[in-house]
Design a protein. Structure first.
Length: 319
């Protein structure tokens, strides 16, 4: 069965999830991103690859980092970028999601970047475009509900590859609120596809989904034990906005048990890198001394994110 994200030639048509995306496609995106990292160092940070293309950022959830990096990426490729203010758009007045998409298609949209609180919204849009014969319009999932955040997963993989080169000898620890994290799902899918031999999931039982060990990860409810010997430490933000009911004690108690401190990080390998998708909750998931320390690569993640999103957009547009 053909992957719905790929066209009949096996090329990327949409980017909706990393789950099931072939390893060679993931590697190709990372390879394409590499030269785009150099664009930021130029005096003129522009390439003509998407000149004349119209990209619509449809953010139905609040976002600063993701929306900004997508906008910068599109503008560096010379695209025309339209940021839809959803709070004042027709969807706030009762118009359906697909009606909104149809109207934007009538404005000659070439690509939609979609963030939505409902899992599956970008997939629904992609299916609608195909059903209505508009296969030339591409969809990028910028985060949907608890489902996926594929460009975040890709920029995380780019960061790991930049610092560690080879995935096939790494021990990677993902720590925190996996239950509510679309980032974690994309990270797990990518790390598995890229052949990481030791994937560890660390967190309290209330914040780990049932059956996650079926994905090939080792589960740890003791942070110190899980960190021991890790090459990569990937912290997750507490998704308080997606929690229903009291799943945790106070933030202070969470930090005491599950927060990353210098003392706990010392159990990982001396050259371990520390990652976080942002925004940081200092003193909750991570201590400031670690977030600002020599092993943290949190700001390079953001920088690499622009290059990765440039790569995805240019590949979708067939450049």
């Amino acid at each position: 069965m053909r992957n719905p994200q790929l066209n009949k030639h096996g090329e990327l048509q949409h980017l909706l999830t990393l789950d099931g995306l072939p390893r060679e496609v993931i590697v190709s995106i990372l390879d394409h991103a590499a030269p785009f990292t150099e664009v930021a160092e130029r005096e003129v940070k522009k390439l003509p690859l998407l000149r004349g293309k119209s990209i619509f950022n449809l953010f139905f959830e609040n976002s600063t980092r993701t929306r900004t990096t997508f906008e910068i990426a599109a503008k560096r490729l010379s695209a025309d970028v339209v940021n839809l203010n959803v709070s004042t758009s027709s969807t706030a007045k009762g118009e359906s999601l697909l009606d909104t998409v149809d109207n934007l298609c009538a404005m000659q949209a070439d690509m939609f970047v979609v963030r939505h609180a409902a899992s599956g919204a970008p997939v629904l849009i992609a299916q609608h475009l195909q059903a209505t014969g508009r296969d030339h319009i591409h969809v990028i999932n910028a985060g949907d509900g608890r489902h996926a955040h594929p460009t975040q997963g890709l920029l995380d993989m780019y960061t790991i590859r930049h610092y560690k080169r080879d995935f096939t000898h790494l021990t990677v620890a993902i720590i925190g609120d996996v239950l509510h994290s679309r980032v974690a799902r994309s990270q797990i899918a990518a790390l598995t596809a890229l052949g990481v031999p030791e994937l560890r999931i660390i967190g309290p039982r209330t914040l780990l989904p049932d059956g996650i060990e079926k994905l090939g990860a080792r589960i740890f409810h003791d942070m110190r034990e899980g960190l021991r010997g890790a090459d990569v430490v990937m912290m997750l933000r507490l998704q308080n906005e997606r929690m229903s009911g009291a799943l945790l004690p106070t933030p202070q108690e969470y930090f005491k048990v599950w927060g990353l401190t210098a003392e706990k990080l010392a159990l990982a390998k001396p050259d371990a890198i520390v990652m976080h998708p942002g925004p940081l909750n200092r003193g909750v998931e991570i201590d400031s001394a670690v977030a600002d320390g020599a092993q943290a690569v949190i700001l390079p993640q953001v920088t690499f994110g622009i290059a990765v999103r440039m790569a995805v957009m240019s590949m979708l547009a067939g450049q």
